[in-house]
Every structure is written in structure tokens, then in C-alpha cells.
Design a binder for this molecule. Structure first.
Ligand code: NDP
Length: 324
């Protein structure tokens, strides 16, 4: 069988790195894009030791010509669209950049696939943020979207673009509606990594305080390394369909903080300060997912829950300190 070719947009990010590793292990030829591939260090790929096995291309998703050019050059069998402004918090400060990179970006990819006329399969990185507040109801593929941030609005738009192109033009395109997933590769801008880093510094003697916004919010936290497998599985099905990917276990941010500090031998109450300047203009209070369809159709189920993921990130953080 001919070697399959995959193109990953946003390969420099957390998910891009783990997905590239998985696809290389499965024998794929892996191509990855960054907005400026010559300037990027691809640090995550270097960290997990696969950088020299990937072919890089510059691609600006909001520029149709650039997208078309890369598709024409690479001629991929599968595209994984992971690029775009990915922070909910930042999306309140950069709403236009967020909307363009996610919704115009996804539309350009769909149009370029259609234009090439090739049978390219597309995975689109959707988000549980689209559901908004469900009142504690576990969201599944039928749950309506009520986005509460510019990021979620952009992801909801991209979701419907994918659904529309699938229906209208018979493209093999699907969206994975992924709940939060974490790993040692998460940047510190995200609260989970910020908490782990601060707790490790305090445990090592720092007298700093950790400033956090609303810690009563609740999320479903899983492992990025496991979630990329679900992305790949979606493109191996006979029919393109959307899937919710979650662990099914929801915890508050306070639970997360307590578990991190406990793991490094500290009591979080002595080190955390509530900071109203970190509150978001609008927030999802409880995020709950129902991944039953993924288990039934993809045979995928999360093995690692919040505490396992915390352990992984703390281990990596402490090792990186030892290794300098
Ligand atoms: P990252 O932020 O780690 O990576 C996203 C990549 O997108 C970056 O490496 C960057 O690549 C590119 N990018 C960033 N900002 C822009 C922008 N303004 N315009 C165009 N490209 C940009 O994200 P993750 O790996 O964590 O997530 C992958 C995808 O999954 C994202 O689309 C994210 O929104 C989505 N998602 C993630 C979840 C999570 O919990 N991690 C949950 C649900 C969805 P470069 O700078 O090299 O161009």
C-alpha cells in the first residue's frame, strides 16, 4: 500500500506535535505548516525528538493563495487543521484575529480542497467552548451551541462551515469537538500549566503567590496525547462524522489547583490569591461532555483523567528542572 501523506496545520502547537508523532509511528509521510516556517523553532517537535522527520511549509490560513499553493505542492491524503488563535482569554482582546484565523482559515482550507478536486480528508479542530453553559448537562453531538467568547463563536462558525461543505459538496470533512486536553507541551499562557509551574517553583522555595481568576469554574480535562488518536480515528471511518471527545469526568479549577499543590506537598490555600483582574468578560461555569459516540463508533475512550494528567505535567516539569 502506498505511504499516506498527512498535512498538519499548526504543527508547532501542543496537539500538532503529538499528532505528528502518532502519524509517523503509523508510517505516514508528515508535512506541517506554520505561519512562517523559516522563523519557527518547532521547539515542541524538537523536544519529542521528531523535528527532522517532518517537512515544513509556510502557510497563512487566512490567505487563500497560500493555502492552495501548499495543498498543490504537498498533495496530502489527510489534512489536520489545528492552526488558529487558540486561547479563549486572548480572544476577548483579539476578536478579529481569532475569527479570521479560525473561521476564514477553515473556509479557505475547505475551498482549496474543493478547488483541487482531489479526495482529501479533512479533520477540523473544534472545541467544547461552542456549547457554552449547558446547566451541567453533558454535551454530546446533538447539543446546541451557545458560544460565550469570540473564540467559541469562531469555532462554532468553522464547525458549520465543515458541516455545510460535507453536505453540499460531499467532502470527507469532520470536526472533533474536543474538551480541554493538557500535556507538558501546553504553553504557560494556559491556566493549567501556569498552576503547575507556580506550584513547582513554590515547592522549590519561591515565596511568590499564584494569582488566579474564577476557580469555581468546572472543566473536563484529558490528555492531549490520547486525544490526537481520536482525531486520526475520525479520518479512518467510512463516513465523515463529528465527534465529542472528552473524558466524561468534570472537576472544578479549585480541585485542579488542590491536586497540583497536594502532589508537590503543599496546601494550595496558603499560596493562591483570587485576582478579579483575571476574570473573563463572560465565562462557562460548568463544562461537561458525553463521549459515548466516540466509544461506540471509534472505539476510543480516555484512559487518563485529571489526576493522571496532572501527574504527567508535574513529572515533566520536575525533570526539566533537574536537566536544567
Ligand atoms: P496551540 O496554541 O498549541 O497551537 C495552535 C497553532 O496555531 C500554533 O502553534 C500556531 O502555529 C498557530 N496559530 C496560533 N495563533 C494563530 C493565529 N492567530 N493565526 C494562525 N495560526 C495561529 O493549540 P493546541 O495544539 O492546544 O490546539 C490545537 C487546536 O485544537 C487549536 O485549533 C485549538 O483551538 C483546538 N482546541 C484545543 C483544545 C485544547 O484543550 N488544547 C481544546 C479544543 C480545541 P504557528 O505560530 O507555527 O503558525
Amino acid at each position: 500500500m502506498a505511504q499516506k501523506k498527512a498535512l498538519i496545520s499548526g504543527i508547532s502547537g501542543q496537539d500538532g506535535a503529538y499528532l505528528a508523532k502518532l502519524l509517523l509511528e503509523k508510517g505516514y509521510e508528515v508535512h506541517g505548516t506554520a505561519r512562517d516556517a523559516q522563523m519557527s523553532t518547532f521547539y515542541n517537535l524538537q523536544l519529542i525528538g521528531i523535528k527532522d522527520q517532518i517537512t515544513f511549509h509556510s502557510m497563512a490560513l487566512n490567505d487563500f493563495r497560500s493555502v492552495l499553493q501548499v495543498l498543490d505542492k504537498v498533495k496530502p491524503d489527510e489534512i489536520y487543521n489545528l492552526a488558529g488563535q487558540s486561547s479563549v482569554g486572548l480572544s476577548f482582546d483579539q476578536p478579529v484575529e481569532t475569527l479570521e484565523s479560525i473561521s476564514v482559515g477553515t473556509l479557505n482550507l475547505l475551498e482549496a480542497i474543493r478547488f483541487t478536486g482531489r479526495s482529501i480528508k479533512l479533520y477540523n479542530a473544534g472545541s467544547s467552548e461552542c456549547f457554552g453553559n449547558t446547566g451541567g448537562h453533558p454535551a454530546d453531538e446533538e447539543t446546541p451551541f451557545r458560544p460565550r467568547s469570540p473564540y467559541a463563536v469562531a469555532k462554532a462558525t468553522a464547525f458549520w462551515e465543515v458541516a455545510n461543505y460535507r453536505e453540499a459538496y460531499n467532502l470527507f470533512a469532520c470536526t472533533g469537538i474536543l474538551f480541554n486536553h493538557e500535556s507538558p507541551l501546553r504553553p504557560e499562557r494556559f491556566v493549567t500549566k501556569k498552576i503547575v509551574k507556580a506550584a513547582c517553583r513554590i515547592a522549590a522555595g519561591s515565596s511568590e503567590k499564584l494569582h488566579l481568576g474564577n476557580i469555581s469554574i468546572a472543566r473536563d480535562w484529558g490528555s492531549a496525547e490520547e486525544y490526537v488518536e481520536a482525531m486520526w480515528l475520525m479520518l479512518q471511518q467510512d463516513q465523515p462524522e463529528d465527534f465529542v471527545i472528552a473524558t466524561g469526568e468534570t472537576n472544578t479549577l479549585e480541585d485542579f489547583v488542590a491536586a497540583v499543590f497536594e502532589a508537590v506537598g503543599l496546601n494550595w490555600c496558603e499560596h493562591v490569591i483570587s485576582d478579579p483582574s483575571l476574570l473573563r468578560p463572560s465565562e462557562i461555569m460548568v463544562s461537561r461532555g458525553n463521549p459515548a459516540k466516540a466509544l461506540q463508533k471509534l472505539g476510543w475512550q480516555a484512559k487518563r483523567k485529571m489526576r493522571d494528567v496532572i501527574e504527567l505535567i508535574i513529572d515533566a516539569e520536575q525533570k526539566s528542572k533537574i536537566e536544567g
